[in-house]
Design a protein around this ligand. Structure first.
Ligand SMILES: [Zn+2]
Length: 166
């Protein structure tokens, strides 16, 4: 994804008030982010364990979304698959996150939910070299497909939150 400034990150949020967006904690280590190897930016709130933030690049610019993790999913360590990176190695916690939709639907209480890695490590997951599983297995091709699949699925979630037709 393209480099975003702290101000661009704050301005991208679609499902919270302007003042909430001005006050939310920025991602830790923002100056060290390897943007070329990230399909979205995701981080947790250091003070509110159930609160997460993602910024997803879309054709209409970056879309920032405030997420809330369900307590049940944080407590349960039953393996689930992340809906975005679809990592099947199950080494990390995957939580059910919900997002208030942008605009009037969100003010009416409408939310959308998705299962996503609890620490938002999807970009690292899709770049882990998968073990060759059969003769003729093209690892580079598989890695590329995984990266573009992640970008696609995150973008689709952003479109649902914004209420765009996809
Ligand atoms: Zn993931």
């Amino acid at each position: 994804m393209e480099i975003l400034s702290p101000q661009q990150i704050r301005e991208s949020f679609v499902n919270c008030s302007r003042s909430e967006a001005e006050e939310l904690p920025l991602p830790p280590g923002l100056h060290e982010v390897d943007w070329a190897r990230r399909e979205y930016l995701g981080w947790r709130d250091p003070r509110l364990p159930q609160r997460g933030y993602v910024v997803i690049p879309t054709a209409d610019g970056p879309v920032g979304i405030v997420l809330r993790a369900s307590e049940a999913s944080m407590r349960s360590h039953a393996p689930s698959m992340c809906g975005w990176c679809q990592d099947v190695h199950l080494t990390n916690d995957v939580w059910f996150w919900s997002a208030r939709r942008a605009g009037q639907p969100g003010r009416n209480g409408d939310t959308v939910g998705t299962l996503v890695c609890g620490a938002f490590e999807c970009s690292a997951n899709v770049r882990r070299t998968p073990p060759p599983s059969y003769v003729g297995f093209d690892a580079d091709r598989v890695a590329e497909d995984r990266v573009s699949g992640l970008a696609d699925r995150a973008r689709r979630f952003a479109a649902t939150v914004v209420g765009a037709r996809i």
